[in-house]
Write a protein that binds this ligand. Structure first.
Ligand SMILES: Nc1ncnc2c1ncn2[C@@H]1O[C@H](COP(=O)(O)OP(=O)(O)OP(=O)(O)O)[C@@H](O)[C@H]1O
Length: 264
């Protein structure tokens, strides 16, 4: 059975305008894939589409071998949104235990998930009294407790201190090593180096699909933020010429291929 996520020619409109355009990519299992791009570039929209809560205009999204949104995926996909998604009037432990019960796993799993996000000492604290960073980690624990095969995390490290950020990224990689498909969004380019693969998105279009090292090589930049800016300044036409030379590295949407053909 196919694993990971395959997205083909995805187009999404929101508020009457296009926010994802001809988006084609694969998100493989066993890797931490970063979805990086500026605020408003379409990261959350793409994640919503993968989870099946976003109406799409056209294209296909296959998740763990099923169409996005298939009810059979509910237990297999974990999604942590940017917005609060836990009960403010319950303790951290009660929240995570509640989700553990929903997913049919035991209290021991809840205990482990709380430890994995560094919240053991706050386990008895009301969720409503947590700091922003603690709140985000409590939401993450609720998703981790079910051991999802696909984990989608929308800016999970916002508000975390450097030590916790490092620990969370290490945990994402441990999950990937066990075969989990992990997709993490960020608009902070210094997080890009922590990913195995990068999908760079700008104004709803995929502008690069590469490893951090591949991106550095292609752009001649050592810093990934500079690499992103270099891609932007070269513009779509240049990107598409890269695509024609090196198909696996860069997006090859219908639009890209058309422009690449014109540039020859
Ligand atoms: N409910 C909505 N109705 C109309 N337009 C929307 C809605 N939500 C988002 N948009 C628009 O869709 C575009 C993509 O938004 P999205 O939230 O996917 O971006 P993002 O990359 O996740 O941003 P951020 O990093 O700030 O979270 C933006 O232009 C945004 O204004």
């Amino acid at each position: 059975m196919p694993t990971g996520v395959q997205i083909t020619e995805l187009n999404v409109n929101r508020g009457g305008r296009s926010v994802l355009t001809d988006f084609t990519c694969e998100i493989p299992p066993g890797r931490v894939t970063g979805l990086l791009g500026p605020s408003g570039s379409g990261k959350t929209t793409m994640m919503r589409a993968i989870v099946g809560v976003q109406r799409i205009r056209s294209g296909t999204i296959t998740v763990l071998g099923l169409a996005a949104g298939d009810p059979r995926l509910r237990r297999r996909v974990g999604y942590v949104t940017q917005e609060p998604s836990i009960y403010a009037d319950l303790s951290v432990a009660a929240n995570v235990t509640y989700f553990a019960t929903l997913y049919g796993v035991g209290a021991a799993e809840a205990h482990t998930a709380i430890g994995d996000v560094g919240l053991s000492e706050a386990a008895d604290q009301l969720a409503g009294n947590l700091s922003g960073g603690q709140h985000a980690r409590a939401s993450l624990a609720c998703a981790l407790v079910a051991h999802p095969e696909l984990l989608i995390l929308d800016e999970p490290t916002v508000g975390q201190d450097p030590v916790l950020r490092r620990d969370l990224w290490q945990h994402f990689h441990r999950l990937a090593e066990t075969g989990t498909t992990v997709l993490v969004s960020s608009h902070v380019m210094d997080e890009a180096a922590r990913c195995d693969r990068l999908l760079l998105i700008r104004q709803g279009r995929l502008i690069a699909d590469d490893t951090p090292d591949g991106l550095r090589r292609t752009t001649g930049e050592t810093d990934l933020e500079a690499a992103f800016l270099s891609l932007v300044s070269r513009g779509t036409d240049a990107l598409c010429r890269f695509a024609s030379r090196s198909p696996p590295r860069f997006a090859s949407s219908r639009n890209c291929v058309t422009i690449a053909a014109r540039s020859h």
